[in-house]
Design a protein around this ligand. Structure first.
Ligand SMILES: [Zn+2]
Length: 199
């Protein structure tokens, strides 16, 4: 009987992700070998934990699915901008609009309301909404800094299929982790072997 293949745990943060939470966000849906896929923001609890680990939300922020979905959506827009930067393509206008929308989320003011019983009154937005807006604005600003700063030159996509992570290159290293580097070298060696056997 075949042993079940253990689920591969996600690799450590890619080079640069420790300095750029936006890069870390972009890498939070990870394609693993064997068609596996890990989404670190897949559930509200996971998204809350991801934000807490980056000092962007308290442990008990009470994120709901709608909040996690907003984070995942910003991630896709940031990934689109990273891809356009790496490939030298024009930045997609929808991604620019979404990131700018997150960037300009003002710290929620207590807004003016009216209802027939209370008349005019002011009320703060839901605390979770405030936390989420702050986190989205912080991550969007960080992405903008990364994409327009000197480190943008070093942005690269991991060169080890099927990995979909981005990294900041140091030297000629083009993969996000030693695991990806080992896999890329093994794939090259395999390609050389199969090529020489067909010669
Ligand atoms: Zn990789």
């Amino acid at each position: 009987m075949k042993e079940p293949v253990p689920a591969e745990c996600p690799p450590p943060p890619a080079p640069g992700a420790e300095r750029y939470p936006a890069l870390d966000l972009a890498n939070s849906a990870i394609a693993l070998p064997g068609g596996q896929f890990t989404d670190l923001l897949g559930t509200p609890a996971a998204a809350n934990q991801w934000l807490t680990e980056r000092d962007l939300a308290p442990v008990d922020a009470g994120l709901r699915e709608v909040c996690a979905a907003q984070l995942r959506s910003l991630r896709e827009q940031i990934r689109a901008l990273l891809a356009s930067r790496v490939d030298g393509h024009p930045a997609p206008s929808s991604a620019l609009a979404s990131v700018n929308d997150a960037l300009t989320r003002a710290p929620a003011a207590s807004l003016l309301h009216w209802d027939p019983v209370r008349g005019l009154y002011r009320a703060a937005a839901h605390p979770t909404t405030q936390i989420l807006d702050h986190a989205l604005a912080t991550l969007a600003a960080n992405a903008a800094d990364l994409l327009t700063g000197p480190d943008a030159e070093r942005l690269a996509a991991c060169g080890s299929a099927p990995c979909n992570r981005y990294l900041l290159r140091t030297g000629r290293r083009h993969w996000c982790s030693t695991r990806c580097g080992d896999r890329a070298r093994a794939a090259r060696a395999y390609a050389r072997r199969t090529q020489s056997s067909t010669d």
